[in-house]
Design a protein. Sequence first.
Length: 396
Amino acid sequence: MAELRTSAPRRERGTGTRVIVDVDGQEPLWFSVAHEHSALLSDRADHVALAMLMPAMKAGRDLHIGGVMTDVLLHQINTDLQPLLQAIHPEFTMIRVDAEELAPAGPPRPGVGTGFSGGVDSLAAVRTYFLDADVPEALRLTHLVNYNVGAHGTDGRGLWHARCAPLAEAAADWALPFVRVDSNLDVHYPQIGFLESVSMRNAAAAHVLAGGLGRMHVASAKQWAFAGVDSGGDIARADAMLLPAVSTPALTLSSANSGMTRVEKTLALVGRPEARYLDVCVSFDTNGRRNCGECDKCLRAVATFEIAGHLHDVVPRIFPAEPYARRRAAFLAGVLASDDPFALEMRTLARARGWRWGVPTRTRAVIERARRGGDVNLRRAARTRPGMALRRMLRG
């Protein structure tokens, strides 16, 4: 295929300040911030290379970036980064990436940011790098950032604004600037899902702000024990390896709180004032409630609080009680039946707290595990001796 070419970035002023580049045969790619945050914008095209790399590899097209790129980043793209992305997405093709002009990185700017969604991971980053008293000044947050790069869907701008409203309140309470980065990046990923590309999308948006931020704490979704390369497309598992490859001497992207489990981050919110900003939900309640209480992420959080003995500390203050009560049995059985890292963490918590799952839950879990694996004998054992069947299941 023909080389994919982009123009040099340019700025346009409208309702906000927009950084825009032309892309051969496609819509122009743009990122936008409010005028008050325009001083954070970078003049380089590093964000363009990171934004368009996965689509170009997916299409098997070499990539030419207009404007000035940081030499270190281009070198990393053509050496370590592409093989890592190909290991996560084996269908990708190695390509050649070049730039109109290269320049060494300038000195890092003093700003320190983190992506702030109100989720368990992002609240942990705020606590570690701002609220805790012992954080070194070089690591202390100066800005909270939220990106619209596809998590809300291509046409989800209204939803994004609605979700940002309570986050802006939190930022105001902490006297931190709240920088909203809007974009049309999702239209350039028609065949690459958000969860399969989230790390690269967020890295591109972070580099848009490299004119004012020199460090970005990227809230870790996975503990070190579960980090690695997942050829099934789970890019977040590889963040510990990917983030250094998308950093430059001018902008360091680092994994925040990878040493903590999701369970530890969740329980650290008990009794903390920032817990009132918790937003783990994959949906958005039309009645204004941030957490629906019945999506998998809500259920996981509430179940974690329950297993730890803190159910009444968070329900119904943060989560509605009825949806969890209705779906509780099925969800807990799913936790027992799953080998997902978060389920494994919850089972570890249950053992530590002496949690009793109950015979109905154990039976349902074994039947569910057997159904997934097509094990007729395990299903039969679940009905007659569920305890023995559960031990057999968990032994693998």
